[in-house]
Design a binder for this molecule. Sequence first.
Ligand code: PMP
Ligand code: GLN
Length: 383
Amino acid sequence: LLDGDGRSHPTIFAEMSALAAQTGALNLGQGFPDEDGPAVVLEAARTAIADGANQYPPGRGDAVLLEAIAAHQRRFYDLAPDPGREVLVTAGATEALAATLLALIDGPDDEVVVFEPFYDAYAAIVALAGARLVTVALRWPDFQPDLERLRDAVTDRTRIILVNDPHNPTGAVFAPEVRSEIVRLAERHDAIIVTDEVYEHLVFDGPHVPIATHDGAAERTLTISSAGKTFSTTGWKIGWVTGPSALIDAVLTVKQFLTYVNGSPFQPAIAAGLALPDAFFTGIAQTLAAKRDLLVAGLRAAGLPVSIAGGGYFTVADAAGCGATDAAAFCRALPRRAGVVAIPLTAFVTPAHRGDYATLVRFAACKKHDVLAEASRRLAALG
Ligand code: PMP
Ligand code: GLN
């Protein structure tokens, strides 16, 4: 957590957003949308506040939201969680991840297999939970794991296989055979699958296939999502976990002492969002796909090879294309050099593996069309 030098550091997102604010550069670093989500959702939160939804909601979550999450799982995935026992509302996906790992890790001999690069909170939460991190590399340019290496990583010591699909920071969507292999290995070694699917509605060549829908997976899988990504409400911190009731009970046991409950007026508002027609959900994926295309074209025009994202907020490019040998130095210089902020992939890997990602950079596509167009113009001027 102290990054090896014994000092506390802000996260890479806080650091890079501060740099964007300081330099006035366009922020393609931190993944948050720069436009509001659906008006009905925003209005529903205002109404909920006016109607007095301002005290602690129930521990598992507002009944209306629990029902809406269960109905959403049925509508899109043909999964049928019991809203009273198999759904838990959390303070964003972050608390869902933290409460889940803290609940399921027994001790320092437990291993958590994660795909590297990984969302920065994963390694920190594994450390907080006192478990061992075992990583499986995702390699440029397709960022799919090598199945042989995955088989080597999962053993009887594996307590959790932590999946993130679509993936942050690479934009990869796991191939069906990768998902089935994860399920097979979890069954063989009696591990639990914890899957972070916050970008479930931002898959470009959909539909999204939750790993929980694979044969044999449901009884050993906890699926995490977040309203922040689907409804562009990242600051509301409404997330959830679904899965077998015994596992959900364990997560609730921890959650009740982390935050107890969260976001009462936002919960019915997100329930309203989850009930929006299918066209809303296909529309957000199409809109983001067009933004990804614009960003990809801009990066290519700047001479940077790109790994085209299959889903999620981000696309990775190779800064070696414009002569960089160190993506971290490139990203520190980029705001002043080109007026653009981006994040080096080395921020998402363990120190020993930084060399494998030395020139790769993550760019966020979840920004206004004009911002992406201007960023592309600025990047093109680099070449
Ligand atoms: N997981 C992934 C993969 C993410 O990209 C994010 C958002 N940055 C989170 C979890 C955290 O989600 P939330 O803001 O809902 O806590
Ligand atoms: N998920 C966002 C990202 O990857 C930011 C989240 C955060 O700032 N912690 O950029």
